[in-house]
Design a protein around this ligand. Structure first.
Ligand SMILES: Cc1cc2nc3c(=O)[nH]c(=O)nc-3n(C[C@H](O)[C@H](O)[C@H](O)COP(=O)(O)O)c2cc1C
Length: 472
Protein backbone atom coordinates (compact mmCIF):
# COMPACT_ATOMS: atom_id res chain seq x y z
CA UNK A 1 0.00 0.00 0.00
CA UNK A 2 1.23 3.51 -0.78
CA UNK A 3 2.03 5.87 2.10
CA UNK A 4 0.65 9.37 2.02
CA UNK A 5 2.49 12.25 3.68
CA UNK A 6 0.00 14.86 4.88
CA UNK A 7 2.76 17.51 5.04
CA UNK A 8 3.13 17.36 1.26
CA UNK A 9 -0.43 18.52 0.75
CA UNK A 10 -1.29 22.05 -0.19
CA UNK A 11 -2.00 24.29 2.90
CA UNK A 12 -5.69 24.83 2.14
CA UNK A 13 -6.26 21.10 1.60
CA UNK A 14 -4.43 20.28 4.82
CA UNK A 15 -6.51 22.79 6.79
CA UNK A 16 -9.72 21.43 5.28
CA UNK A 17 -8.62 17.92 6.16
CA UNK A 18 -7.87 18.87 9.78
CA UNK A 19 -11.26 20.59 10.02
CA UNK A 20 -13.07 17.54 8.63
CA UNK A 21 -11.17 15.26 11.00
CA UNK A 22 -12.02 17.47 14.00
CA UNK A 23 -15.68 17.59 13.00
CA UNK A 24 -15.95 13.83 12.71
CA UNK A 25 -13.88 13.12 15.80
CA UNK A 26 -11.24 11.14 13.89
CA UNK A 27 -7.52 11.42 13.57
CA UNK A 28 -6.33 13.08 10.35
CA UNK A 29 -4.97 9.72 9.25
CA UNK A 30 -8.33 8.02 9.83
CA UNK A 31 -10.07 10.84 7.97
CA UNK A 32 -7.82 10.31 4.94
CA UNK A 33 -8.66 6.58 5.05
CA UNK A 34 -12.36 7.42 5.10
CA UNK A 35 -12.08 9.84 2.19
CA UNK A 36 -10.12 7.32 0.14
CA UNK A 37 -12.57 4.57 1.06
CA UNK A 38 -15.49 6.75 0.00
CA UNK A 39 -13.80 7.77 -3.24
CA UNK A 40 -13.10 4.16 -4.15
CA UNK A 41 -16.62 3.01 -3.37
CA UNK A 42 -17.99 5.85 -5.48
CA UNK A 43 -15.95 5.08 -8.58
CA UNK A 44 -18.30 5.10 -11.59
CA UNK A 45 -17.89 1.35 -12.15
CA UNK A 46 -19.00 0.68 -8.58
CA UNK A 47 -21.81 3.13 -7.95
CA UNK A 48 -24.58 3.54 -10.49
CA UNK A 49 -24.61 6.72 -12.58
CA UNK A 50 -28.13 5.80 -13.45
CA UNK A 51 -29.32 3.66 -10.65
CA UNK A 52 -31.31 1.29 -12.81
CA UNK A 53 -28.19 0.23 -14.72
CA UNK A 54 -26.84 -1.63 -11.74
CA UNK A 55 -29.87 -3.58 -10.70
CA UNK A 56 -29.08 -7.26 -11.00
CA UNK A 57 -30.81 -9.05 -13.77
CA UNK A 58 -34.20 -10.45 -12.86
CA UNK A 59 -35.00 -8.13 -9.98
CA UNK A 60 -37.83 -5.69 -10.55
CA UNK A 61 -36.86 -2.01 -10.51
CA UNK A 62 -39.04 0.47 -8.71
CA UNK A 63 -42.30 0.62 -10.66
CA UNK A 64 -42.05 4.40 -10.91
CA UNK A 65 -38.44 4.31 -12.17
CA UNK A 66 -37.40 6.44 -9.17
CA UNK A 67 -34.37 5.60 -7.06
CA UNK A 68 -35.32 3.18 -4.30
CA UNK A 69 -33.80 3.03 -0.86
CA UNK A 70 -34.13 0.59 2.03
CA UNK A 71 -34.06 2.49 5.32
CA UNK A 72 -33.12 0.43 8.37
CA UNK A 73 -34.12 2.20 11.56
CA UNK A 74 -32.12 1.10 14.60
CA UNK A 75 -33.13 1.28 18.24
CA UNK A 76 -31.66 4.58 19.32
CA UNK A 77 -33.18 7.73 20.70
CA UNK A 78 -32.59 9.39 17.29
CA UNK A 79 -35.09 6.98 15.69
CA UNK A 80 -37.70 9.74 15.80
CA UNK A 81 -35.52 11.72 13.36
CA UNK A 82 -35.68 8.79 10.93
CA UNK A 83 -39.35 9.65 10.41
CA UNK A 84 -38.34 13.11 9.22
CA UNK A 85 -35.62 11.47 7.09
CA UNK A 86 -38.32 9.50 5.23
CA UNK A 87 -39.98 12.78 4.29
CA UNK A 88 -36.71 14.42 3.24
CA UNK A 89 -35.90 11.44 1.01
CA UNK A 90 -39.33 11.44 -0.58
CA UNK A 91 -39.02 15.16 -1.26
CA UNK A 92 -35.95 14.22 -3.31
CA UNK A 93 -37.97 11.73 -5.33
CA UNK A 94 -36.45 8.69 -3.62
CA UNK A 95 -38.77 5.80 -2.76
CA UNK A 96 -38.28 4.51 0.77
CA UNK A 97 -38.99 1.07 2.19
CA UNK A 98 -38.48 0.82 5.96
CA UNK A 99 -37.18 -1.94 8.17
CA UNK A 100 -37.44 -1.45 11.94
CA UNK A 101 -35.37 -3.41 14.43
CA UNK A 102 -37.10 -4.77 17.50
CA UNK A 103 -35.47 -2.05 19.59
CA UNK A 104 -36.47 0.66 17.08
CA UNK A 105 -40.11 -0.19 17.72
CA UNK A 106 -39.63 0.99 21.31
CA UNK A 107 -39.00 4.47 19.91
CA UNK A 108 -41.18 4.76 16.77
CA UNK A 109 -44.04 2.65 15.45
CA UNK A 110 -44.10 0.71 12.18
CA UNK A 111 -47.41 2.47 11.51
CA UNK A 112 -45.78 5.91 11.53
CA UNK A 113 -42.99 4.73 9.20
CA UNK A 114 -45.51 3.10 6.90
CA UNK A 115 -47.77 6.17 6.80
CA UNK A 116 -44.83 8.40 5.89
CA UNK A 117 -43.22 6.05 3.37
CA UNK A 118 -46.55 4.90 1.86
CA UNK A 119 -45.10 1.39 1.88
CA UNK A 120 -45.40 -1.71 3.97
CA UNK A 121 -42.86 -1.76 6.83
CA UNK A 122 -40.78 -4.86 7.63
CA UNK A 123 -39.82 -5.91 11.15
CA UNK A 124 -39.45 -9.66 11.39
CA UNK A 125 -36.96 -12.08 9.83
CA UNK A 126 -39.31 -15.00 10.40
CA UNK A 127 -42.35 -13.33 8.87
CA UNK A 128 -44.23 -16.07 7.01
CA UNK A 129 -45.85 -13.57 4.67
CA UNK A 130 -42.65 -11.96 3.40
CA UNK A 131 -40.20 -14.82 3.89
CA UNK A 132 -41.94 -17.43 1.72
CA UNK A 133 -39.47 -16.36 -1.01
CA UNK A 134 -36.56 -15.22 1.20
CA UNK A 135 -37.91 -11.67 1.56
CA UNK A 136 -34.81 -10.46 3.42
CA UNK A 137 -32.75 -11.11 0.29
CA UNK A 138 -35.21 -9.14 -1.78
CA UNK A 139 -35.16 -6.28 0.72
CA UNK A 140 -31.37 -6.26 0.47
CA UNK A 141 -31.33 -6.13 -3.33
CA UNK A 142 -34.52 -4.53 -4.61
CA UNK A 143 -33.08 -1.14 -3.88
CA UNK A 144 -30.27 1.12 -5.02
CA UNK A 145 -28.94 2.00 -1.59
CA UNK A 146 -29.35 0.87 2.02
CA UNK A 147 -29.32 3.54 4.71
CA UNK A 148 -29.09 2.71 8.41
CA UNK A 149 -30.34 5.61 10.55
CA UNK A 150 -29.83 5.65 13.40
CA UNK A 151 -27.02 3.11 13.20
CA UNK A 152 -26.72 1.96 16.81
CA UNK A 153 -23.50 0.74 18.40
CA UNK A 154 -25.12 -2.67 18.50
CA UNK A 155 -26.01 -2.76 14.79
CA UNK A 156 -22.53 -1.49 13.88
CA UNK A 157 -20.98 -4.27 15.98
CA UNK A 158 -23.19 -6.90 14.37
CA UNK A 159 -22.32 -5.67 10.89
CA UNK A 160 -18.61 -5.59 11.64
CA UNK A 161 -18.78 -9.23 12.75
CA UNK A 162 -21.15 -10.51 10.11
CA UNK A 163 -24.11 -11.39 12.32
CA UNK A 164 -27.50 -12.12 10.75
CA UNK A 165 -29.81 -13.00 13.63
CA UNK A 166 -32.54 -10.50 12.85
CA UNK A 167 -34.05 -8.91 9.75
CA UNK A 168 -31.86 -5.76 9.75
CA UNK A 169 -28.54 -7.59 10.16
CA UNK A 170 -29.55 -10.32 7.69
CA UNK A 171 -30.36 -7.67 5.06
CA UNK A 172 -27.07 -5.90 5.69
CA UNK A 173 -25.13 -9.14 5.34
CA UNK A 174 -26.96 -10.15 2.16
CA UNK A 175 -26.66 -6.73 0.51
CA UNK A 176 -24.86 -6.07 -2.75
CA UNK A 177 -25.77 -2.40 -2.73
CA UNK A 178 -23.90 0.58 -1.27
CA UNK A 179 -24.60 0.97 2.45
CA UNK A 180 -24.66 4.33 4.22
CA UNK A 181 -24.63 4.44 8.03
CA UNK A 182 -25.72 7.39 10.13
CA UNK A 183 -24.27 6.43 13.53
CA UNK A 184 -25.97 7.83 16.62
CA UNK A 185 -25.00 7.07 20.17
CA UNK A 186 -23.66 8.45 23.40
CA UNK A 187 -20.11 9.92 22.97
CA UNK A 188 -18.70 7.30 25.35
CA UNK A 189 -20.18 4.53 23.21
CA UNK A 190 -18.84 6.20 20.05
CA UNK A 191 -15.36 6.58 21.52
CA UNK A 192 -15.29 3.13 23.06
CA UNK A 193 -12.39 1.11 21.64
CA UNK A 194 -14.78 -1.62 20.48
CA UNK A 195 -16.91 0.85 18.48
CA UNK A 196 -13.79 2.50 17.04
CA UNK A 197 -12.54 -0.89 15.87
CA UNK A 198 -15.93 -1.83 14.42
CA UNK A 199 -16.36 1.46 12.56
CA UNK A 200 -12.86 1.24 11.15
CA UNK A 201 -13.50 -2.32 10.00
CA UNK A 202 -16.75 -1.30 8.29
CA UNK A 203 -15.06 1.60 6.52
CA UNK A 204 -12.39 -0.77 5.31
CA UNK A 205 -15.21 -2.99 4.06
CA UNK A 206 -16.44 -0.06 1.95
CA UNK A 207 -19.35 0.96 4.14
CA UNK A 208 -20.06 4.70 3.91
CA UNK A 209 -20.88 6.90 6.86
CA UNK A 210 -22.46 10.29 7.42
CA UNK A 211 -21.84 11.89 10.84
CA UNK A 212 -22.05 11.55 13.72
CA UNK A 213 -22.01 15.22 14.62
CA UNK A 214 -20.86 16.91 17.78
CA UNK A 215 -23.47 18.43 20.06
CA UNK A 216 -25.74 17.91 23.04
CA UNK A 217 -26.99 14.44 23.84
CA UNK A 218 -30.46 13.37 24.89
CA UNK A 219 -28.91 12.44 28.23
CA UNK A 220 -29.05 15.54 30.45
CA UNK A 221 -25.79 17.47 30.61
CA UNK A 222 -23.89 15.26 28.13
CA UNK A 223 -22.29 16.57 24.97
CA UNK A 224 -19.69 15.39 22.45
CA UNK A 225 -19.48 13.51 19.15
CA UNK A 226 -22.31 11.02 18.75
CA UNK A 227 -25.41 12.93 17.58
CA UNK A 228 -26.94 11.52 14.45
CA UNK A 229 -26.41 13.70 11.36
CA UNK A 230 -29.48 15.80 10.60
CA UNK A 231 -32.08 14.23 8.26
CA UNK A 232 -31.27 16.79 5.56
CA UNK A 233 -27.56 15.86 5.73
CA UNK A 234 -28.35 12.15 5.49
CA UNK A 235 -30.77 12.72 2.60
CA UNK A 236 -28.13 14.81 0.79
CA UNK A 237 -25.49 12.12 1.32
CA UNK A 238 -27.91 9.45 0.03
CA UNK A 239 -28.76 11.52 -3.02
CA UNK A 240 -25.07 12.10 -3.68
CA UNK A 241 -24.57 8.32 -3.87
CA UNK A 242 -27.72 7.67 -5.90
CA UNK A 243 -27.22 10.57 -8.30
CA UNK A 244 -23.54 11.48 -8.29
CA UNK A 245 -23.03 15.08 -9.43
CA UNK A 246 -22.09 15.34 -13.08
CA UNK A 247 -18.91 17.17 -14.02
CA UNK A 248 -19.62 20.80 -14.91
CA UNK A 249 -16.71 21.80 -17.14
CA UNK A 250 -18.41 24.98 -18.36
CA UNK A 251 -19.28 26.31 -14.90
CA UNK A 252 -18.70 30.07 -14.82
CA UNK A 253 -18.78 30.34 -18.64
CA UNK A 254 -21.40 32.24 -20.60
CA UNK A 255 -22.50 30.59 -23.82
CA UNK A 256 -24.65 32.16 -26.53
CA UNK A 257 -26.51 29.94 -28.98
CA UNK A 258 -28.78 30.79 -31.89
CA UNK A 259 -31.31 28.28 -33.17
CA UNK A 260 -34.22 27.76 -35.50
CA UNK A 261 -35.20 29.54 -38.70
CA UNK A 262 -35.89 33.21 -39.18
CA UNK A 263 -39.12 34.55 -40.64
CA UNK A 264 -38.73 37.43 -43.09
CA UNK A 265 -41.99 39.27 -43.53
CA UNK A 266 -43.46 39.83 -46.98
CA UNK A 267 -46.46 41.60 -45.53
CA UNK A 268 -48.24 41.41 -42.12
CA UNK A 269 -49.44 37.83 -42.76
CA UNK A 270 -46.89 36.25 -45.10
CA UNK A 271 -43.24 35.50 -44.64
CA UNK A 272 -40.22 33.73 -46.14
CA UNK A 273 -38.97 30.89 -43.93
CA UNK A 274 -36.95 27.68 -44.06
CA UNK A 275 -37.32 24.14 -42.75
CA UNK A 276 -35.07 24.46 -39.70
CA UNK A 277 -36.73 22.95 -36.58
CA UNK A 278 -34.27 24.38 -34.04
CA UNK A 279 -33.73 20.90 -32.54
CA UNK A 280 -29.95 20.93 -32.92
CA UNK A 281 -29.51 24.39 -31.37
CA UNK A 282 -31.88 23.55 -28.51
CA UNK A 283 -30.01 20.30 -27.86
CA UNK A 284 -26.74 22.25 -27.69
CA UNK A 285 -28.30 24.72 -25.25
CA UNK A 286 -29.43 21.82 -23.03
CA UNK A 287 -26.00 20.17 -23.16
CA UNK A 288 -24.18 23.44 -22.41
CA UNK A 289 -26.49 24.07 -19.45
CA UNK A 290 -25.87 20.53 -18.14
CA UNK A 291 -22.15 21.28 -18.41
CA UNK A 292 -22.71 24.19 -16.03
CA UNK A 293 -22.71 27.12 -18.47
CA UNK A 294 -24.93 30.16 -18.21
CA UNK A 295 -26.78 29.83 -21.52
CA UNK A 296 -28.53 32.46 -23.62
CA UNK A 297 -30.52 30.94 -26.47
CA UNK A 298 -31.70 33.34 -29.17
CA UNK A 299 -34.27 31.42 -31.15
CA UNK A 300 -36.30 32.01 -34.27
CA UNK A 301 -39.90 30.71 -34.38
CA UNK A 302 -39.87 27.02 -33.34
CA UNK A 303 -42.24 24.52 -31.80
CA UNK A 304 -39.98 23.27 -29.00
CA UNK A 305 -40.10 23.37 -25.19
CA UNK A 306 -37.69 25.83 -23.60
CA UNK A 307 -34.71 23.98 -22.09
CA UNK A 308 -34.71 24.20 -18.27
CA UNK A 309 -32.38 26.78 -16.80
CA UNK A 310 -31.70 28.45 -20.15
CA UNK A 311 -32.54 32.06 -20.86
CA UNK A 312 -34.51 31.94 -24.12
CA UNK A 313 -35.00 35.04 -26.26
CA UNK A 314 -37.53 34.64 -29.08
CA UNK A 315 -37.03 36.55 -32.32
CA UNK A 316 -38.55 36.58 -35.79
CA UNK A 317 -36.22 38.06 -38.36
CA UNK A 318 -32.48 37.98 -39.01
CA UNK A 319 -32.23 41.62 -38.01
CA UNK A 320 -33.98 40.93 -34.67
CA UNK A 321 -31.65 38.01 -34.14
CA UNK A 322 -28.50 40.06 -34.73
CA UNK A 323 -29.79 42.79 -32.45
CA UNK A 324 -30.44 40.31 -29.58
CA UNK A 325 -27.15 38.50 -30.17
CA UNK A 326 -25.21 41.78 -29.89
CA UNK A 327 -27.12 42.67 -26.73
CA UNK A 328 -26.15 39.31 -25.16
CA UNK A 329 -22.39 39.95 -25.50
CA UNK A 330 -19.86 39.50 -23.97
CA UNK A 331 -19.85 35.71 -23.93
CA UNK A 332 -17.12 33.08 -23.72
CA UNK A 333 -18.50 30.96 -26.53
CA UNK A 334 -20.95 31.80 -29.33
CA UNK A 335 -22.55 29.02 -31.37
CA UNK A 336 -24.56 30.07 -34.40
CA UNK A 337 -26.79 27.10 -35.19
CA UNK A 338 -29.75 29.11 -36.51
CA UNK A 339 -30.68 28.85 -40.18
CA UNK A 340 -30.75 32.58 -40.79
CA UNK A 341 -32.42 33.72 -44.00
CA UNK A 342 -29.85 35.18 -46.38
CA UNK A 343 -32.36 37.57 -47.88
CA UNK A 344 -35.44 39.53 -46.93
CA UNK A 345 -38.02 41.39 -48.95
CA UNK A 346 -36.83 44.90 -49.81
CA UNK A 347 -40.19 46.59 -49.37
CA UNK A 348 -42.23 44.75 -46.78
CA UNK A 349 -45.91 45.47 -47.39
CA UNK A 350 -47.57 47.46 -44.63
CA UNK A 351 -50.91 45.89 -45.56
CA UNK A 352 -51.68 42.42 -46.86
CA UNK A 353 -50.78 42.28 -50.55
CA UNK A 354 -53.90 41.94 -52.70
CA UNK A 355 -54.46 40.13 -55.94
CA UNK A 356 -54.92 42.80 -58.56
CA UNK A 357 -55.48 43.00 -62.26
CA UNK A 358 -51.91 44.32 -62.51
CA UNK A 359 -50.77 40.68 -62.15
CA UNK A 360 -48.36 38.79 -59.86
CA UNK A 361 -46.27 41.05 -57.58
CA UNK A 362 -42.54 40.63 -57.88
CA UNK A 363 -40.60 40.36 -54.65
CA UNK A 364 -37.39 42.34 -54.61
CA UNK A 365 -34.90 40.74 -52.17
CA UNK A 366 -32.07 42.40 -50.26
CA UNK A 367 -29.31 40.76 -48.27
CA UNK A 368 -29.75 40.22 -44.53
CA UNK A 369 -26.99 41.04 -42.06
CA UNK A 370 -24.50 38.18 -41.71
CA UNK A 371 -24.63 37.40 -37.99
CA UNK A 372 -21.75 34.90 -37.93
CA UNK A 373 -19.39 37.19 -39.87
CA UNK A 374 -20.44 40.27 -37.89
CA UNK A 375 -19.69 38.66 -34.52
CA UNK A 376 -16.54 36.89 -35.74
CA UNK A 377 -15.07 40.18 -36.92
CA UNK A 378 -15.83 42.25 -33.84
CA UNK A 379 -12.83 44.08 -32.44
CA UNK A 380 -13.69 44.38 -28.76
CA UNK A 381 -16.41 41.96 -27.87
CA UNK A 382 -15.49 39.04 -30.14
CA UNK A 383 -16.14 35.87 -28.11
CA UNK A 384 -12.95 33.81 -27.62
CA UNK A 385 -14.60 30.88 -29.41
CA UNK A 386 -17.01 31.47 -32.31
CA UNK A 387 -18.67 28.46 -33.91
CA UNK A 388 -20.80 28.56 -37.04
CA UNK A 389 -22.95 25.95 -38.72
CA UNK A 390 -22.79 25.22 -42.44
CA UNK A 391 -25.91 23.57 -43.83
CA UNK A 392 -25.02 22.50 -47.36
CA UNK A 393 -26.61 20.36 -50.01
CA UNK A 394 -23.44 19.89 -52.10
CA UNK A 395 -19.62 20.10 -51.80
CA UNK A 396 -20.06 20.06 -48.03
CA UNK A 397 -16.45 20.12 -46.80
CA UNK A 398 -15.21 22.41 -49.56
CA UNK A 399 -17.96 24.94 -48.90
CA UNK A 400 -17.53 24.69 -45.13
CA UNK A 401 -13.76 25.32 -45.43
CA UNK A 402 -14.40 28.38 -47.55
CA UNK A 403 -17.02 29.56 -45.04
CA UNK A 404 -14.73 29.31 -42.01
CA UNK A 405 -12.19 31.59 -43.71
CA UNK A 406 -14.75 33.99 -45.22
CA UNK A 407 -16.68 34.46 -41.99
CA UNK A 408 -13.65 34.57 -39.70
CA UNK A 409 -15.04 32.09 -37.16
CA UNK A 410 -13.00 29.44 -35.30
CA UNK A 411 -15.01 26.28 -35.90
CA UNK A 412 -17.71 25.20 -38.32
CA UNK A 413 -20.10 22.34 -37.79
CA UNK A 414 -20.93 21.24 -41.34
CA UNK A 415 -23.92 19.09 -42.12
CA UNK A 416 -25.50 17.82 -45.29
CA UNK A 417 -29.11 19.00 -45.34
CA UNK A 418 -30.12 17.47 -48.67
CA UNK A 419 -33.76 16.29 -48.39
CA UNK A 420 -32.66 12.62 -48.56
CA UNK A 421 -30.66 12.98 -45.30
CA UNK A 422 -33.75 13.92 -43.25
CA UNK A 423 -31.58 16.26 -41.14
CA UNK A 424 -33.83 19.33 -41.46
CA UNK A 425 -36.57 18.76 -38.90
CA UNK A 426 -35.30 15.23 -38.12
CA UNK A 427 -33.77 13.81 -34.93
CA UNK A 428 -30.42 12.66 -36.28
CA UNK A 429 -27.47 14.44 -37.77
CA UNK A 430 -24.22 13.56 -39.50
CA UNK A 431 -21.71 16.33 -38.96
CA UNK A 432 -18.13 17.23 -39.70
CA UNK A 433 -16.34 19.50 -37.26
CA UNK A 434 -13.93 21.90 -38.95
CA UNK A 435 -11.50 23.67 -36.67
CA UNK A 436 -8.75 26.16 -37.30
CA UNK A 437 -6.18 27.70 -35.05
CA UNK A 438 -5.94 31.50 -35.29
CA UNK A 439 -6.27 33.24 -38.66
CA UNK A 440 -4.60 30.53 -40.73
CA UNK A 441 -6.08 28.45 -43.51
CA UNK A 442 -4.87 25.21 -41.95
CA UNK A 443 -8.21 23.60 -41.17
CA UNK A 444 -8.72 20.17 -39.58
CA UNK A 445 -11.80 18.16 -40.42
CA UNK A 446 -13.22 15.62 -37.99
CA UNK A 447 -16.08 13.57 -39.42
CA UNK A 448 -18.48 12.15 -36.84
CA UNK A 449 -20.68 9.12 -37.34
CA UNK A 450 -24.44 9.52 -37.60
CA UNK A 451 -25.76 10.49 -34.17
CA UNK A 452 -28.89 11.84 -32.55
CA UNK A 453 -28.92 15.61 -32.29
CA UNK A 454 -28.54 15.24 -28.50
CA UNK A 455 -25.40 13.14 -29.01
CA UNK A 456 -23.98 15.70 -31.43
CA UNK A 457 -24.71 18.38 -28.84
CA UNK A 458 -23.02 16.46 -26.02
CA UNK A 459 -19.96 15.75 -28.14
CA UNK A 460 -19.73 19.35 -29.32
CA UNK A 461 -20.03 20.68 -25.77
CA UNK A 462 -17.30 18.26 -24.64
CA UNK A 463 -15.01 19.63 -27.39
CA UNK A 464 -15.89 23.17 -26.40
CA UNK A 465 -15.11 22.42 -22.74
CA UNK A 466 -11.70 21.08 -23.77
CA UNK A 467 -10.98 24.15 -25.92
CA UNK A 468 -12.14 26.60 -23.26
CA UNK A 469 -9.92 24.90 -20.68
CA UNK A 470 -6.91 25.07 -23.01
CA UNK A 471 -7.49 28.76 -23.76
CA UNK A 472 -7.92 29.80 -20.08
C1 LIG B 1 -33.72 5.05 26.05
C2 LIG B 1 -32.68 4.33 25.26
C3 LIG B 1 -31.97 5.03 24.32
C4 LIG B 1 -30.98 4.40 23.57
N1 LIG B 1 -30.29 5.11 22.64
C5 LIG B 1 -29.30 4.52 21.95
C6 LIG B 1 -28.57 5.26 21.00
O1 LIG B 1 -28.80 6.45 20.76
N2 LIG B 1 -27.59 4.62 20.33
C7 LIG B 1 -27.31 3.31 20.54
O2 LIG B 1 -26.39 2.81 19.90
N3 LIG B 1 -28.02 2.59 21.42
C8 LIG B 1 -28.98 3.15 22.13
N4 LIG B 1 -29.69 2.42 23.04
C9 LIG B 1 -29.40 0.99 23.20
C10 LIG B 1 -30.05 0.18 22.10
O3 LIG B 1 -31.43 0.35 22.11
C11 LIG B 1 -29.71 -1.29 22.27
O4 LIG B 1 -28.31 -1.48 22.10
C12 LIG B 1 -30.45 -2.17 21.30
O5 LIG B 1 -30.07 -3.52 21.49
C13 LIG B 1 -30.15 -1.78 19.88
O6 LIG B 1 -30.83 -2.66 19.03
P1 LIG B 1 -30.74 -2.54 17.47
O7 LIG B 1 -29.33 -2.24 17.14
O8 LIG B 1 -31.16 -3.89 16.97
O9 LIG B 1 -31.68 -1.50 17.05
C14 LIG B 1 -30.70 3.03 23.79
C15 LIG B 1 -31.45 2.33 24.74
C16 LIG B 1 -32.43 2.98 25.46
C17 LIG B 1 -33.20 2.18 26.48
Amino acid sequence: MANLTIRKLDDAVRDELRLRAARSGRSVEDEVRVILGEAVTRLPSEVPATVSAQRPHGLPASASGLARLTLIIGGGIAAYKALDLIRRLKERRIEVRCVLTKAAQQFVTPLAASALSHERVYTDLFDAESEFDAGHIRLARECDLIVVAPATADLIAKMAHGHADDLASAILLAANRPILLAPAMNPLMWNNAATRRNVLQLRRDGILTVGPNAGEMAEAGEAGVGRMAEPTEIAAAAEHILRPPQPRPLAGKRVLITAGPTHEAIDPVRYIANRSSGKQGFAIATAARSAGAEVVLVSGPVDLAEPAGVSVISVESARDMLHRVEAALPVDVAIFAAAVADWRVANEGEQKLKKTAAGVPSLQLVENPDILATISKLKDKRPPLVIGFAAETEHLIENAKAKIVRKGCDWIVANDVSPTTGVMGGDRNTVHLLTREGEGEDISVDSWPVMTKEQVATELVARIAGAVETKS
